[in-house]
Ligand binder design. Structure first.
Ligand code: COA
Length: 368
């Protein structure tokens, strides 16, 4: 890699067909990355006038050229997929030509991150030559099949043939710096990309704070489910489907308020204030609250911004104080609520049974 004043972080993105590469790329681009599609570059270098055009003609003869003088890619594919030696010969021509064009695009890029998307990234040697990081997408085989049938109109037999022609997923993942599992919702895939982006210490676009709508169900569920899976943070002890989250949102008390923080259109955090007790009108002025910020985006003031926005809505809805229960083993949340001005006011012993054991909960209160 050439050294220059601006040198983008280069991520090589690969994965089996239908494993979610383009979904991941879309999120990366929304965060400010520039995408380079190596398969498209391969087509460019083979086009008439491209650097691989003449060498391919010399190697394979005029039989693989169309009447218009372009390389007949289907004819070439038939030839090389039936003959491993011919395939190696073709790749010896195209891979270096693709690498050169990709390298030039990386050097010219002004973006903080360049993502090279290539189905044969690992096989083509692009990863070692060009990338700081290799990310591999994976999905369950039945999902890959369903995506390719529904999205690209392939037959099951065709999908199986294509999958068999690729490096086995286990081999790809063993060579990856990061594995992104796209078997969940798009919002869950998005949050994995956000976490990976944060781990590279890359800057995020600014967060937007706004009241949640029904459209946010998928994003809210993704944030909550991620925190449930982390373990040790909340007494919520199971994940929620998007439909369950929709039902929850629709069923909220009219005085409840739910505020989300979004970055590049993705929900990355939410806070909810709801009635503390529904069994007695005497406590109508008391709310309770939960704050959830996705991993990778904590410690940047988002929780505080969300909480303040939600305090305003809670006050407007007639709440005068907030009481919260925080797991006694969640010191981060205790520091957070103390920093917002909450006062500790008691301990509930063995209040929750989670992850196979009892935990105490600490009570905090804040007058709005
Ligand atoms: C707890 C949580 C909501 C805090 O949100 P956040 O965006 O990370 O917090 P902020 O960056 O806005 O921090 C606000 C203040 O809290 C403090 N704080 C936040 N997390 C802290 C931590 N883990 N340790 C020490 N202090 C912390 C910050 O230092 C800051 O104080 P300051 O302004 O005086 O410096 C977030 O970390 C989270 O979602 N955690 C996982 C889920 C969870 O535990 N939720 C609470 C369930 S009750």
């Amino acid at each position: 890699m050439q050294s220059s004043l601006h040198r983008p972080v280069v991520i090589g993105l690969t994965g089996g067909i239908g494993s979610g590469k383009s979904a991941v790329l879309k999120v990366l681009v929304a965060l400010g990355a520039e995408g380079v599609d190596a398969d498209r570059v391969a087509h460019e270098v083979m086009a008439r006038g491209g650097p691989a055009y003449q060498p391919i003609l010399s190697a394979f003869g005029r039989a693989i050229v169309t009447a218009e003088g372009q390389i007949d890619r289907p004819a070439l594919a038939r030839r090389v997929f039936a003959d491993a030696v011919a395939l190696r010969r073709l790749e010896a021509i195209t891979h270096p030509a693709v690498a050169e064009v990709v390298r030039a695009r990386v050097t010219a890029s002004k973006a903080p991150v360049v993502v090279i998307e290539a189905i044969k990234l690992l096989e083509a040697g692009l990863s070692r030559a060009l990338c700081d990081q290799v990310w591999v997408t994976v999905a369950r085989p039945e999902q890959q099949m369903a995506r390719l049938i529904a999205g690209r109109g392939m037959s099951p037999a065709e999908v199986e043939r294509r999958v068999a022609a690729q490096m086995p997923p286990a081999e790809m993942t063993s060579r990856a710096d990061r594995v992104l599992d796209t078997s969940g919702t798009l919002a869950e895939t998005g949050l994995q990309v956000f976490k990976a982006w944060a781990d590279l210490k890359l800057p995020f676009p600014p967060a937007e704070i706004r009241p949640a709508t029904g459209e946010d169900a998928e994003g809210i569920a993704a944030v909550l489910n991620g925190i449930v899976r982390e373990g040790g943070l909340t007494v919520v002890d199971r994940t929620y489907s998007v439909d369950e989250e929709k039902i929850f949102l629709n069923g909220l008390d009219p005085r409840a308020s739910l505020t989300v923080a979004t970055v590049a259109g993705h929900v990355i955090a939410f806070v909810e204030v709801d009635l503390y007790a529904t069994y007695a009108g005497a406590m109508n002025h008391v709310g309770t609250m939960g704050t959830f910020v996705a991993a990778g985006l904590r410690g940047q003031g988002i929780g505080r911004l969300l909480a303040y926005a939600n305090f305003a809505s809670a006050r407007a809805a007639g709440f005068l104080k907030i009481v919260i229960n925080v797991r006694a083993d969640n010191s981060g949340a205790q520091h957070f609520y103390a920093a917002l001005g909450f006062q500790p006011c008691g301990r509930l012993v063995r209040q929750a049974f989670v992850d196979g054991h009892y935990v105490d909960e600490l009570l905090y209160e804040l007058f709005l």
